[in-house]
Design a protein around this ligand. Sequence first.
Ligand code: RIB
Length: 290
Amino acid sequence: MKILNVGSLNIDHVYQVSHFVQPAETIASLSYQVFSGGKGANQSLAIAKAGGKVMHAGRIGSDGYWLKERLKNSGVNVSLIKVLDEPTGHALIQVNEDGENAIIIHGGANEGFSEADFDEILANVSKGDYLLLQNEINDIGLLLQKAKGKGLKIIYNPAPMKPEIKDLDLSMVDIFIVNESEAQALTGQSQSQAIINSMIEHYPDSAVVLTLGKAGVFYGDSMRLFFMDALDVEVVDTTGAGDTFIGYFVAELSRGSDIYECLKLAVKAAALCVTRQGAGDAIPERKELS
Ligand code: RIB
């Protein structure tokens, strides 16, 4: 069973700051580093580091060629990443003293997928294969429809949330992986138990993984509902923790493991990720999790 991830690749410009910059304020950063990023690329990297096999489909400019090389060197199949005459997507990331982040993204080449691109990409998978998606590329609704038409199993992480997503027919999604704010936007509910109940009610054929950061994770589908604690660790930088979680979860799922085991591994990997700086660079190798 193949895993195809159609998603963003970003160059992350990371600024360590004493506090997030306020309106009309200019602050000096304490440090500046450039990392590989993009929710899509981070998730593919995490799948590969978890020992899974993943094809990443994406769009970059020549300034981002090193992102493709980074994925390739980690074992991701990069044959569906196109290098174009467009700027690579990038992110401007502030990380404060508590390890929290504030992010601005510029989509760049990530936003240029055409219908023909989607057809070309989907020709590489068949019924029963997994499609992993986030919200950092254009025309998600069209891609969802085409993927469902092919009988793919769709795992959707609607991040970052966009207003138009609520208008899509999301019943096509097999597994949602959402954080609290994304799920709140989808359901209008604010408490985790109410969110998950509402998701299951609206999407009875889907499974829902609701990530709550250091508060843990909720899982629900029509058959079962359970909660799992997060691990207590010293937080340095939370960037990419969600992507690490998703990559490990998907990799383990594709090996046929039970959901509970997939989540246990994902929680462990995300906990290690937040103890390090950066997104792609902070994703642990599977052997580090023993
Ligand atoms: O999830 C973290 C990612 O979000 C960063 O790598 C950044 O590129 C943004 O897309």
